[in-house]
Ligand binder design. Structure first.
Ligand code: ZN
Length: 205
């Protein structure tokens, strides 16, 4: 495959990027200075070697911030371990942090498509169930907050998770809540402002 098609194919794998946009990125890179292209290539290479995925919440962080394989949030003893906030993706955490939340997180890694017959293939379902079982058995968990998008796929994912979590929460006695009003229909945490998230958190049920 020629380098133009090869790079176009790679860009097409990015979320929300179609063939025409992918081709535009390639044209943009062709018009840029060689220095920009090598900076970009090097940054991508470093992404693999200088970052790590947190063992506990699964978010990506820069290795020099590491604390025993944990990110700065999970490694911080001052965080309130009794409240666990489940988010879809890494980008959601930043916004929730600005809303003043001081508990811990778990990154689900996406949502479950409506027609999927194997929901656990799309998100970190097993890892989440194991995490809450461990935390709740150690009496460290009082509340699990499901912070999914107000979209049909987010609702679908929440229902499946609630069903899987129910037997554990009944046995180990912790509360499972969801974000309340405030997040408008169709909105994702990543794009919600901190005040909206704070109000959705305070009206959780
Ligand atoms: Zn972490």
């Amino acid at each position: 495959m020629n380098p133009l098609d090869r790079l176009t194919d790679l860009f097409e794998r990015f979320p929300g990027i179609g063939p025409r946009q992918a081709r535009r990125f390639v044209q943009f890179l062709l018009a840029e200075q060689a220095g920009f292209r090598s900076d970009l290539a090097e940054s991508i290479r470093h992404l693999g070697t200088e970052t790590a995925q947190c063992k506990k919440c699964f978010r990506w962080f820069v290795k020099n911030e590491e604390e025993r394989g944990l990110c700065t949030i999970c490694g911080n003893p001052k965080r309130e371990a009794a409240t666990l906030f489940v988010v879809e993706k890494d980008a959601d955490i930043e916004n929730v942090e600005h809303s003043g939340f001081r508990g811990l997180y778990f990154v689900l890694g996406g949502t479950i498509p409506l027609a999927s017959e194997q929901p656990e293939r799309h998100v970190r379902m097993h890892e989440l169930l194991r995490r809450i079982e461990t935390d709740a058995s150690a009496l460290e968990l009082n509340e699990l907050i499901l912070g999914l998008s107000a979209t049909s796929e987010g609702d679908h994912t929440r229902l499946i998770l609630q069903e899987k979590i129910r037997p554990i929460s009944e046995g180990l006695n912790f509360k499972v809540s969801s974000l309340g009003r405030g997040l408008s229909t169709g909105s994702e945490l990543e794009y919600a402002d901190p005040d909206t998230i704070a109000s959705a958190l305070s009206s959780r049920n």
